[in-house]
Design a protein around this ligand. Structure first.
Ligand code: ADP
Length: 401
């Protein structure tokens, strides 16, 4: 089956076409500046140069139309016509407590996603627009929704309930949801495969360290805890997000700096994290370059980031009463061997022994722990699109995901 994967943002859209017989990537692309001047589609057929087409795209429907045209284009396309496409898999950020796995999109599912818009006001509306546009342009093609929150729905209440008045959970749905679920699920499955072990018998800690970052504890194939919370602001220190802080700081700073609610949100989401500490950048490459030159705040930002990842690794080992594998993925996790080094340093008593030579690798699947390390440390590039396509095929065939 050939599957189109769509990840629709407010002004941009990423897509891939995969042939799921052999899980082969056929084409991928990006639409930018939807609804703005200078909208552009960049399409890349596997093994060929990028094809860039600047064309006005006022709406998400026009953007999807350009994607479909690119896919069947006689020169750059990969399909003869759209009927070759077996299904479309849509990435959707928030499904609240409504879906614990991927589902076929029906009018009831669309209504449920609308209800979750309050929980993800920036992400769910463009996700919904993308689905509606595809439905209009491909009314006979099955559509599947794959949710960032779904994988974390197996968490027990003691992991997801906040210690605030219980009615805020029942009335407003305030609880830990967790995000990056598709990535955590993919790398956990891949770790079990690489180690020739059964996922259902393993305790795995997955560290998705990108611009946004989260850690998950996956016990016997199920997520039992994750660091992101009600929103993607909680947990680890991130590129520009604060992660965990004392909630009293928010009211204190608002008073001291005379900030509106919106400004406080903006500071915690956009001006904090390693950017806020270092004052240099949210990009670890820039921060590391500055740290090497002796910039103390850049050095501190890296240390605070690593400290928090170690903090969660320790907590999740306690929660699972052990760990068999620790996985690193996403931009920082896949590429930054210096950071992996700091995170894993001096954890030998927990059975975590990094091989500093094997660790000097970027962006490829590899076991990077020492041969005598009881815990396997593994580098696995994430592939959310492939996971979405896999789920899509399973759902269309009526099989469990
Ligand atoms: P997201 O999908 O959350 O936007 P990514 O997973 O793509 O983020 O990660 C992007 C981040 O990865 C960059 O901001 C940068 O900090 C980090 N990164 C990418 N390559 C490297 C590298 N070679 N060394 C260190 N950090 C890197």
């Amino acid at each position: 089956m050939k599957v189109l994967v769509i990840n629709c943002g407010s002004s941009s859209l990423k897509y891939q076409v995969l042939n799921m017989e052999g899980e082969i990537l056929m084409a991928k692309g990006l639409v930018e500046r939807i609804g703005m001047d200078g909208s552009v589609i960049t399409h890349e057929k596997e093994g060929e140069d990028k094809w860039v087409n600047e064309v006005p795209m006022e709406t998400h429907k026009e953007a999807i139309k350009q994607v479909l045209d690119a896919i069947v284009d006689p020169d750059h396309g990969v399909l003869k016509d759209m009927s070759e496409l077996g299904a479309v898999g849509h990435r959707v950020v928030h499904a609240g407590e409504k879906f614990a796995s991927s589902v076929m999109i029906t009018p009831e599912v669309m209504a449920a996603l609308e209800e979750c818009t309050d929980l993800a006001p920036l992400h769910n509306p463009p996700n919904i627009l993308g689905i509606e546009a595809c439905q209009e342009l491909m009314p006979d093609t099955p559509m599947v929704g794959v949710f960032d929150t779904a994988f974390h729905q197996t968490m027990p209440p003691e992991s997801f309930i906040y210690a605030i008045p219980y009615e805020y959970y029942t009335k407003h749905g305030i609880r830990r949801y967790g995000f990056h679920g598709t990535s955590h699920k993919y790398v956990a499955q891949r770790a079990a495969e690489l180690l020739n072990n059964n996922l259902d018998e393993m305790k795995i800690i997955t560290c998705h360290l990108g611009n946004g970052a989260s850690v998950s504890a996956i016990k016997y194939g199920k997520c039992i805890d994750t660091s992101m919370g009600f929103t993607p602001l909680e947990g680890l220190v991130m590129g520009t997000r604060s992660g965990d802080i004392d909630p009293a700081i928010v009211t204190y700073i608002r008073q001291k700096e005379n900030l509106e609610q919106g400004q406080a949100n903006e500071i915690l989401n956009k001006k904090s994290g390693v950017l806020g500490i270092s004052g240099v950048s949210s990009d670890f490459r820039d921060i590391e370059a500055e740290a090497e030159k002796g910039n103390e705040r850049a050095q501190l930002a890296l240390k605070v980031f690593a400290h928090k990842v170690r903090f969660y690794i320790g907590a999740y080992i306690a929660e699972m009463n052990g760990v068999d594998a620790i996985v690193f993925t996403a931009g920082v996790g896949e590429n930054d061997y210096g950071m992996r080094d700091i995170i894993c340093n001096n954890l030998g008593n927990l059975g975590i022994k990094l091989d500093v030579v094997k660790n000097r690798v970027r962006g490829q699947e590899m076991i990077i722990s020492r041969d005598d390390s009881p815990v396997s440390i593994i580098l696995i590039p994430t592939n959310e699109e492939l996971m979405i396509a896999r789920d899509t095929v399973q759902i269309v065939k009526g099989l469990p995901v």
